[in-house]
Write a protein that binds this ligand. Structure first.
Ligand SMILES: [Fe+2]
Ligand SMILES: [Fe+2]
Length: 119
């Protein structure tokens, strides 16, 4: 999971670079789509592990994943349909959302998974 978190943050940085360099809407959309796809995959594998081990906080964790994905998908749609989305605030909010999530809820399941035989 830590590796996947690293990839997520890398993709997030790639998105930030594209914004900073003033890349066009299509390129930004493409990277955001990648980020969404990878996030979806990551959330899914995390939820599978938590479900397999009967993690008690799964429902809350899943709800938070859902909320985060919904926010990203909403932003991706707006960009695709040409709405003027202020990118820097969006990036800030995505980035801090991830950091809070990874450092908070995600950190909370580490010991549980270790106790249940998952490295
Ligand atoms: Fe998570
Ligand atoms: Fe995670």
């Amino acid at each position: 999971m830590d590796d996947q978190h690293g990839i997520l943050m890398d993709t997030m940085n790639e998105l930030r670079q594209a914004v900073v360099r003033g890349r066009g809407r299509e390129e930004i959309s493409a990277i955001l789509d990648q980020l969404i796809e990878f996030t979806r995959m990551h959330f899914w594998s995390e939820e599978q592990l938590l479900e397999q081990t009967g993690f008690p906080g799964l429902a809350d964790h899943r709800a938070e994943h859902h909320r985060m994905l919904a926010q990203m998908i909403q932003a991706a749609h707006s960009i695709q349909y040409g709405e003027a989305v202020p990118m820097r605030p969006l990036l800030c909010s995505l980035r801090s959302g991830y950091i809070v999530h990874i450092g908070g809820l995600d950190r909370g399941y580490g010991p549980w998974l270790n106790d249940h035989g998952v490295d």
